[in-house]
Design a protein around this ligand. Structure first.
Ligand SMILES: C[S@@+](CC[C@H](N)C(=O)[O-])C[C@H]1O[C@@H](n2cnc3c(N)ncnc32)[C@H](O)[C@@H]1O
Length: 328
């Protein structure tokens, strides 16, 4: 119980560790408090106390001989450059808007409304489009989350026959990049809001996938380009209420040929009260954007309203499942 009561203290400590760049400064060579204080501009005695807390939760380890603090396997994940890095997740969860949003949880529970819109005076994606720094932070955190999950998605679904895959609302292209890297014959397309377009083009070029990827700016509630074998909605439907989802799914249906597939990549709730990561994410969606996670039957009912049907659900080794949807 204590761990839960005081849980956000640990989350905050990890966020400050990331913000000060402590994991990157330590790198592979343990550093003393004095070295870290000098490199970060921190108050050495106060930093010593933060490092002691972080050692207590298994992120750092102290060598009593050299007095140096090194990274444990968990701590390595806070480095920006580590595979499966959680650096950007910590930076976005620790951002003052996340704290404010969760601070208003009671408002959401009492009203059923998201808190962020009230705090920012704008829709979530509208706000990000007008605040490039926060927009970039959101995209990086999505990419970090996707880097943890995408290998499991690629392993769980057979993309080998797809000539062309369009990722709708695909951020800066992390999931698409994992698919293209595993399937050299496949061409990719990203459909994103205009403010994400340039970042996506740059990221795909950085990954050497620029020539195989077309980035299209647009609004998926308006119209979706046709001509792709596979359409993906990864962590998209959970942002929206049922009415918006049906509108979006109907637009995907209109773009699909009879042989196209739609893959919904989402955490599918078991629908009972068993512990499940999706139940946590579900409340996050309620607070942040007014969306929700859904059960298998809820996805079935949703897609049927848009002239589609669920063909099969493939679980992955990570939280998301791949729900394959075809024209009804
Ligand atoms: C929760 S993120 C998911 C990103 C990515 N699919 C993933 O799984 O990491 C939602 C994405 O949808 C995009 N988006 C939101 N509204 C959109 C719209 N109307 N048209 C196109 N993209 C949109 C956002 O810019 C954002 O990148």
């Amino acid at each position: 119980m204590s761990q839960m009561v005081y849980g956000f203290w640990v989350s905050r400590a990890l966020h400050v560790m990331a913000e000060l760049g402590i994991a990157d400064i330590i790198g592979d060579v343990p550093k003393t408090v004095e070295e870290l204080a000098k490199a970060t501009g921190a108050h050495a005695p106060a930093l010593r106390r933060l490092l002691r807390l972080l050692s207590g939760v298994g992120v750092l380890v102290k060598d009593e001989q050299t007095q140096g603090f090194g990274l444990t396997e968990l701590g390595m994940m806070v480095r920006k450059d580590s595979p499966g890095s959680v650096y950007w997740l910590l930076m976005s969860q620790g951002h003052h808007l996340s704290w404010k949003a969760w601070g208003e949880l009671k408002f959401s529970v009492q009203s059923g409304q998201p808190t962020l819109e009230k705090i920012m005076g704008d829709s979530f994606f509208g706000y990000l489009s007008k605040h490039p720094e926060e927009g970039a932070l959101f995209n990086e955190s999505m990419a970090a989350y996707q880097n943890l999950n995408a290998p499991a998605v690629v392993a769980a679904y057979d993309f080998s026959k797809a000539k062309s895959v369009m990722d709708l609302g695909g951020g800066t292209g992390t999931l698409l990049a994992h698919i293209l890297q595993a399937h050299s014959q496949t061409k990719g397309a990203l459909f994103e809001l205009p403010h994400v377009h340039d970042g996506a083009v740059a990221r795909m070029a950085e990954l050497g996938l620029g020539a195989r990827t077309k980035v299209v700016a647009g609004d998926f509630f308006e119209q979706i380009p046709s001509g792709h074998d596979i359409y993906i909605l990864s962590q998209i439907l959970h942002d929206w209420d049922d009415e918006r989802c049906v509108k979006l799914l109907s637009n995907v249906r209109a773009a699909m040929s009879p042989d196209s597939k739609l893959l919904i990549v989402e955490t599918v709730l078991p629908g009972d009260n068993q512990p499940h990561f999706g139940n946590l994410y579900d409340v996050a969606m309620m607070v942040l954007v007014g969306g929700r996670e859904r059960t298998g039957p809820e996805y079935t009912a949703l897609v049927e309203k848009a002239g589609l049907r669920v063909n099969r659900v493939s679980p992955t080794t990570m939280p998301p499942s791949v729900v394959e949807v075809v024209p009804a």
